[in-house]
Write a protein that binds this ligand. Structure first.
Ligand code: F3S
Length: 390
C-alpha cells in the first residue's frame, strides 16, 4: 500500500502516539482489503457512541486518545436523550458512563450530533468519499446519495475523523458498485408503507448477505429507501443497493434488470414476514429505526392529534430533526408519546424492560430480539399507532 511521506511519518510516531495508533488501524484495514493508497474523506460518522455497546474498555480507549478531528465528524445514537434522560429507565451508573463517553468524543472534536440519519442535516454529495459506520447510514449514503463509503467499524471511522483519510478499496471504487443480481418484486401493493419495505429488506438481506442487489418492480420514496436499506444492512450486510430508475447510480448507468441473475420475490413472501413475527401481547411500541424524518413525524402527529396513548409509545429522531418539528413534537407528547432525541430503541437500555415490542422497521425487527432481549412484532405505522392507543 502506497503511503505519502507524511503518512509514513505518522506511522513512525513522529506526530504522537494517538495518530500513530490510528494510522496503524487504517493501514491494517487497507492492507487486509488490498487498498492501493489512502484518500481524503469529506465527512465521518462514528459508531460506538452508546455506553451499552462499547462498555468500560471502549470508554477507556477513547479517553486514552489525544488528537482532534480534522474533518466534519458526527456520532451514531447514544444510549440516552441528553436532555430528557431523567424520564428514561436508566441507572445512575449508566448515565454517568454515557456522559463520560460523550465528553470523550467532544474532547476529540467530534460534533455531538448523535444520529443514524446525519444526511438530514448534511447529505453527502454524489461521488463524495466519506467514512461512515452505522450500517443504515452507510446504506443510505451509498445508495440514495451515491456517496462512497465502506461500512467502517467504530475505531476505523474515528481514525478517519482524526486523520481525514480512509484506505482506497471496496465501495470507494466505481467498479465495485455494480449490482450482483436483480430482485424482481412481483405484486407490490399500490402504496405500501415503510414497514412493507422494511419487511422486503428483512427478507432480501438474509438472501444476499453482503452483495449488491438491484431492485425492479418497486418505486420507493426516500423514507422507504431508508427503511429498505436499513433492514438489508441488519438482516444481511448490504452496504449498497440500487433501485431501477430511482436511485442515482441506476439512473446514470441505465442498467437493464435482465443483465443480472434474476431472483423473484412476491408480495405474499413479504406478508409472511408480518405473519411470522410475534403475535402475543405487545408491551410497548417503538418507531424511529432509522431515526424519523420530519415527514414521518408529521404523519405520526396527524394520526395522534386529539388521541390518548395507552401503551408506552416511543418515537426516536435526531435532535436536529426534532428541533425543526416543534409542533409535531408537541402533539405527540400531548397524546402521551415519549419522544427522545439522539438515542434509539436498540442502543439504549430503555427498551430492555419490555417483553414484546411492536415496531414498523425491518431493521428493528432484526435487532430487538438480540439487542433488547425482547420479542418483536412488525406492523405498519398505522397499526403501531392504533396499538398504542388501544
Ligand atoms: Fe438507527 Fe438505532 Fe435503528 S442506530 S438504524 S435507530 S438501531
Amino acid at each position: 500500500m502506497y503511503l505519502t511521506r507524511e503518512e509514513e511519518e505518522i506511522i513512525q510516531g513522529e506526530q504522537g502516539e494517538t495518530l500513530q495508533q490510528l494510522m496503524e488501524i487504517l493501514v491494517g484495514v487497507g492492507t487486509v482489503f488490498g487498498a492501493t493508497k489512502m484518500i481524503p474523506v469529506r465527512s465521518v460518522q462514528v459508531s460506538g457512541a452508546s455506553y451499552k455497546t462499547i462498555g468500560k474498555y471502549g470508554l477507556e480507549w477513547l479517553e486514552s486518545l489525544h488528537a482532534r478531528a480534522v474533518v466534519p465528524a458526527v456520532l451514531n445514537p447514544i444510549g440516552m436523550d441528553r436532555v430528557r434522560y431523567a424520564s428514561m429507565s436508566l441507572t445512575d451508573e449508566f448515565i454517568t458512563n454515557q456522559q463520560a463517553v460523550i465528553d470523550a468524543y467532544a474532547r476529540l472534536g467530534i460534533q455531538l450530533e448523535c444520529t443514524c440519519t446525519p444526511y438530514y442535516f448534511s447529505a453527502p454529495a454524489y461521488g463524495e468519499h466519506i467514512a461512515w459506520s452505522e450500517s443504515s447510514a452507510v446504506c443510505y449514503s451509498n445508495s440514495v446519495c451515491a456517496a462512497r463509503t465502506n461500512r467502517e467499524g467504530g475505531p476505523s471511522a474515528l481514525a478517519s475523523a482524526l486523520l481525514g483519510k480512509t484506505p482506497y478499496y471496496g465501495l470507494h471504487l466505481i467498479e465495485n458498485r455494480v449490482p450482483n443480481m436483480t430482485i424482481c418484486v412481483h405484486d407490490a401493493p399500490k402504496e405500501p408503507d415503510s414497514s412493507w419495505y422494511g419487511s422486503l429488506g428483512y427478507l432480501v438481506g438474509k438472501m444476499v448477505g453482503a452483495q449488491i442487489p438491484y431492485f425492479a418492480g418497486i418505486r420507493p420514496t426516500r423514507d422507504q429507501l431508508k427503511a429498505l436499506g436499513a433492514a438489508m444492512a441488519a438482516s444481511g450486510a448490504v452496504s449498497l443497493f440500487h433501485v431501477h430508475q430511482i436511485t442515482p447510480e441506476s439512473e446514470i448507468f441505465h442498467w437493464d434488470p435482465h443483465m443480472f441473475e434474476q431472483i423473484p420475490i412476491t408480495n405474499d413472501e413479504i406478508q409472511q414476514v408480518y405473519r411470522d413475527s410475534d403475535q402475543n401481547h405487545v408491551d410497548a411500541i417503538a418507531i424511529g429505526c432509522p431515526h424519523c424524518s420530519s415527514d414521518e413525524l408529521l404523519r405520526i402527529a396527524r394520526d395522534l392529534e386529539g388521541k390518548t396513548v395507552k401503551k408506552p409509545l416511543y418515537i426516536f429522531a435526531s435532535a436536529y430533526v426534532l428541533s425543526r418539528c416543534p409542533g409535531e413534537v408537541a402533539i405527540i407528547t400531548k397524546a402521551g408519546g415519549r419522544v427522545y432525541a439522539d438515542t434509539c430503541m436498540v442502543v439504549s437500555p430503555e427498551m430492555e424492560q419490555y417483553e414484546c415490542i411492536m415496531v414498523n422497521s425491518g431493521k428493528a425487527h432484526a435487532y430487538v430480539p438480540t439487542m433488547c432481549y425482547a420479542r418483536s412484532r412488525i406492523a405498519t405505522l398505522d397499526e403501531c399507532l392504533a396499538e398504542a392507543c388501544m
